[in-house]
Design a protein around this ligand. Structure first.
Ligand code: FES
Length: 166
């Protein structure tokens, strides 16, 4: 059985699903002003047995390697999950295959959870669109200036010490 630390190194060396998704249905971006890192996640949905499922997910990160590893694991884990199941996933679930994160790296996983929540919120037709550009033309990936958008008020959601980025 692979040791979690080896898995972390292997994932860092070969992250999966990294990059923009031009045909995404939803996108979420969060950042942490303290470490200056950020994660953006794209989701593409499809339908299976009458339920909306995540067909695929991808991410982009200007974060540390831990954030990249967790995002890689998360985007793999999300494939085939229903939206309801994805909403249940916490940062600890997303990073579980990598083993417990050290305390100073917990926020890296929180950022990935935050990006997922933002993407799912953008997908939810009941919620107010947080960004008028989301889900419309041009595609939600049209803004490549992730760093340029790193100015936003803190998220007030739960334990996340991250900020939403438009
Ligand atoms: Fe900030 Fe990892 S150190 S995301």
């Amino acid at each position: 059985m692979t040791h979690p630390e080896d898995r972390l190194q292997a994932t860092i060396a070969n992250p999966q699903n990294m990059g923009e998704m031009p045909d995404a249905d939803a996108v979420g971006t969060v950042g942490n002003p303290e470490c200056g890192d950020m994660v953006r996640m794209w989701l593409k949905f499809s339908e299976k047995d009458g339920k909306k499922i995540i067909d695929r997910a991808s991410f982009q990160s200007f974060g540390c390697q831990t954030a990249i590893a967790v995002a890689s694991m998360a985007t793999e884990m999300l494939k085939g999950k229903t939206v309801a199941e994805a909403r249940e996933l916490k940062s600890a679930d997303l990073s579980k295959p990598l083993g417990p994160l050290p305390p100073m790296k917990l926020h890296c996983g929180d950022m990935v959870e935050g990006a997922l929540r933002e993407a799912l919120a953008a997908e939810n037709p009941k919620s107010e669109p947080r960004n008028p550009n989301l889900g419309t033309e041009p595609s939600p990936v049209a803004d490549p200036t992730l760093l340029g958008s790193f100015q936003a008020p803190p998220l007030k959601a739960g334990k996340l010490k991250v900020v939403k980025l438009d």
